[in-house]
Design a protein around this ligand. Structure first.
Ligand code: PLP
Length: 371
């Protein structure tokens, strides 16, 4: 329990989301736990995801994969953003699967494995249209590479627009994926694991499943895109995290008083303002306007600019809220509180950016939500 702010994470909701997603897609699930499990806590989330039926874990960075191993996680782990110059020997010796997306990277992994007299497990990342990670210009070179000391376990790619179901680019990426996989087969590389789908594709595009899906945002109970895909509830997902904070202070303020840095807002009536003990150092976007908190069954919107450690909300003249009360910053919305989607919208962003920004000063508490 914190005296100021906390992020309540309901791990059983997370396991249930994973079970549901796995049941619906009926292929292997890789749980994406990069960025401290989207802010929810790497190690605890990883075990809850495995409990829910995920058979793989996916991270961006080698250090994230190593942390999982150091904490006794034995499940297969894929790290896909391990750049040339990384400690590949350490990765291989910890049995971490490596995404490879350049000839330079592939050769470094191969020579690290040779030194260890082992085979490194790799997943070839192919660029099917996102034009970010994966082989594109070096594709033909790859097809004539020496794969010494490399066990090609997987081949994968990533969607650019899966959160817009029906977009032609999604169909094009699936076709390109199949074509590039067939090219690998022609040179005798037929990886048992083929994966392309992220959450949005897992929810809406059966043609993209192949042998495994990589599920991030949906596992945390959040929609990949509220506009094109509907809310979490409509997708049958349970939001896993509830962010709450304390009211540090409640004060009566007359009409026409300037509030906060830059006096960017003024009170429009005589009212009560609440000072919430969280700020942009804790991940509350400085530009957020239009979201706020939920207390005593009522929403209270932000007024003025968010500061480093605190922000101010307009509680309304008749509010019964008092300093020391806990308020909900975001939750699943079922009681009328703001959601991570609302906070995304309020800061010209998306829920994806809101949750991993929750800062290190905010303890993660693993309990069902309390209202
Ligand atoms: C390569 C890769 N796969 C899967 C995911 C998970 O995406 P989502 O959270 O949309 O499921 C990500 C996250 O950005 C990613 O970078």
């Amino acid at each position: 329990m914190s005296d100021r702010a906390e992020f309540l994470v309901d791990l059983s909701a997370l396991s249930k989301n994973v079970s549901k997603l796995k049941e619906d897609c009926a292929v292997e699930v890789l749980a994406v736990v990069k960025a401290d499990a989207y802010g929810h806590g790497l190690v605890r989330v990883a075990s809850a995801a495995l409990k829910g039926g995920a058979s793989w874990l996916g991270v961006a960075l080698l250090e994230e994969a190593l942390t999982l191993r150091e904490n006794g996680v034995e499940a297969p782990i894929l790290a896909w953003l391990v750049s040339p110059g990384s400690d590949f020997e350490l990765a291989i010796s910890r049995n971490i699967d490596l995404g490879v997306s350049s000839i330079k990277g592939l050769r470094e992994i191969s020579s690290a494995a040779k030194k260890l007299e082992k085979n490194a497990r790799v997943h070839i990342e192919i660029d099917t249209g996102m034009t970010r990670g994966g082989f594109l210009d070096e594709w033909n070179n790859l097809l004539s590479e020496d794969f010494a000391n490399l066990e090609v376990v997987g081949v994968f790619s990533h969607f650019a627009r899966a959160d817009e179901p029906g977009e032609k680019q999604n169909v094009d990426q699936v076709q390109k994926f199949k074509y590039m996989v067939s090219e690998l087969e022609k040179i005798g590389i037929n990886p048992p694991i083929k994966h392309l789908a992220n959450s949005a594709a897992t929810l809406k595009d059966k043609d993209s499943y192949f042998t495994m899906v990589r599920v991030g945002i949906a596992m945390y109970g959040l929609t990949p895109d509220v506009t094109h895909m509907g809310t979490s509830k409509e997708l049958g997902l349970r939001p896993v995290g509830q962010l709450r904070a304390k009211l540090h202070l409640v004060k009566d303020v007359p009409k026409d008083f300037p509030v906060g840095y830059g006096a960017s807002a003024y009170t429009s009536t005589d009212t009560k303002l609440g000072v919430v003990a969280m700020g942009y150092a804790d991940g509350i976007p400085r530009i957020a306007q239009g979201a706020g908190i939920f207390v005593n069954g009522m929403k209270a919107p932000i007024i003025g600019r968010v500061s480093m450690d605190q922000f101010v909300v307009d509680l309304g003249a008749h509010s019964k809220a008092q300093s020391g009360d806990w308020v909900i910053v975001f939750g699943d919305g079922s009681h009328g509180e703001y959601t991570a989607d609302d906070w995304g919208r309020a800061s010209s962003s998306i829920n994806y950016e809101i949750v991993p920004r929750i800062g290190p000063r905010v303890p993660r508490i693993y309990e069902p939500h309390v209202y």
